[in-house]
Design a protein around this ligand. Structure first.
Ligand SMILES: Cc1ncc(COP(=O)(O)O)c(C=O)c1O
Length: 436
């Protein structure tokens, strides 16, 4: 580091500064990263950042424009193209993406307030929270034991006269059974909103998730397959919905697209009023900054490479678990036609196993291997959701088994060959030491 600092030249222009900083950043990232050999830690997630992200952020900051602007617009275009949709609207989180997408559907009269939206019981809190916040009713259905995704049969059983939409989540990267969901939706005239917050680049029969539903959402939180630190994206082919989302994400402002040609707005009450301060609806401020978007552009370019490593790590775990622990642990699977991107590696302890999840978790964590449950486990069982408006369909036996017996491990690109070997050996030695 000292040697790098001594290389800082005297810069006399902005261009010179940018070039010098870029050179230093690249040199910094070429150095081997120090690793504490005494403390192995296989985390459940890790942001994989390189000089490209740092340079993108530096360039943005040095440009002087740091809030939502041209860089965000570029990220939106490139993300829409990657998913295969017409419109992408960047926001500050996946939770905000869900909130804004649902608010847009309500304003477009496609989700009547008070109506029901079917969601998987096993999921993250802010799949259902925006529904409750906006006066919709989450209806929790059971999930499939192999993919952790909503079970189409349970969806069918959950339909009521109040059902307005289905919100499949592609849990930890495995695409939900969208062909079944879309069939049910078509038959009952329901809207489909895909929550793709855990499934960047996942696909079904070659088509990317995020391109099936009417409006769909992504998260770029730091743990996810690509990151902007905090961030999210709404994607849709529906232009009126996209226009509504753009307005809702920034205060409810009137459409700003033609502001360069026509700056002023008139409607009989407001006369030649600056469009920047014309508010067409009560909105939010959940914009993405250009600083975050600069990182997103570089992460998107690397996403397929990241996902390839995740899949390789997952295949390694699956082969090992099937070889030596299949009687007690159910490893993650990939159904035919599905392209799983393994946000994490989920597994479930089988009934009759001679150990508890707590014992396995304690063993793994004591060997430097981080674990988590599958998010909320069974969301309606969470303290903040028990009393909130909802409906449950059936006894949710799978979701409740997952709540008590499932866990996930990291398979992110930072998990090295040595790390994954350590994980497998640690699980195998634990299972072997069990009685019976
Ligand atoms: C399925 C799902 N939806 C929504 C979110 C919320 O995303 P964020 O953390 O960016 O708000 C998450 C978070 O991981 C998630 O897993």
């Amino acid at each position: 580091m000292t040697s790098l600092i001594s290389e800082i030249p005297t810069v006399s222009s902005k261009q010179g500064l940018v070039e010098s900083l870029e050179r230093l950043v690249r040199a910094y990232y070429q150095q081997p990263s120090p690793r504490d050999a005494t403390r192995r830690r296989v985390g459940v997630s890790s942001a994989i950042l390189g000089p490209e992200e740092a340079i993108g952020v530096l360039r943005t900051v040095l440009s002087g424009w740091i809030t939502q602007g041209q860089v965000t617009a570029q990220f939106e275009r490139e993300f829409a193209e990657y998913i295969g949709v017409k419109h992408a609207i960047a926001v500050n989180s996946g939770s905000s993406a869900n909130l804004v997408a649902l608010a847009a559907l309500i304003e477009a009269d496609r989700l009547p307030v008070g109506d029901e939206v079917i969601v998987p019981a096993t999921t993250f809190a802010t799949v259902a929270a925006p529904l409750i916040q906006l006066g919709l009713v989450p209806v929790y259905v059971d999930v499939c034991a192999d993919t952790y995704n909503l079970d189409p049969q349970a969806v069918e059983a959950a339909i009521s006269p109040k059902t307005a939409a289905i919100m499949p989540v592609h849990t930890v990267g495995h695409p939900a059974d969208l062909s079944a969901v879309l069939r049910i939706a078509q038959r009952h005239n329901l809207c489909v909103i895909e929550d793709c917050c855990e499934s960047h680049g996942s696909s079904l029969d070659g088509r990317k998730v995020g391109s099936f539903g009417a409006i769909n959402t992504f998260s770029f939180f730091v743990a996810h397959n690509m990151t902007t630190g905090e961030g999210g994206m709404i994607v849709t082919d529906d232009e009126p919905l996209a226009i509504l989302c753009r307005s809702l994400r920034e205060f409810g402002r009137v459409d700003q697209r033609d502001i360069a040609q026509e700056r002023f707005y008139s409607d009989g009450v407001l006369n030649e009023y600056d469009k920047r301060y014309v508010f067409q609806r009560p909105g939010y401020n959940v914009r993405m900054t250009d600083v975050a978007a600069a990182m997103g552009i570089e992460q998107l370019r690397k996403l397929d490479v990241f996902n390839a490593r995740r899949r390789d790590n997952a295949a390694f775990y699956r082969a090992a678990l099937l070889r030596s622990c299949a009687d007690v642990l159910e490893p993650a699977i990939e159904r035919p036609g599905a392209f799983h991107t393994y946000y994490t590696y989920a597994m479930t302890i089988r009934p009759g196993a001679p150990f508890t999840r707590r014992q396995l978790v304690d063993h793994l964590e004591s060997h430097g291997i981080e674990t988590r449950p599958i998010f909320a486990g069974c969301l309606p069982d969470q303290p903040g959701f028990r009393q909130a408006p909802h409906r449950i369909v059936g006894a949710l036996p799978v979701a409740r088994w997952i709540r008590d017996w499932s866990l996930f491990l990291g398979v992110h690109p930072g998990v090295s060959d040595e790390d994954r070997q350590h994980v497998v050996q640690t699980i195998e030695s634990f299972v072997k030491a069990q009685p019976g």
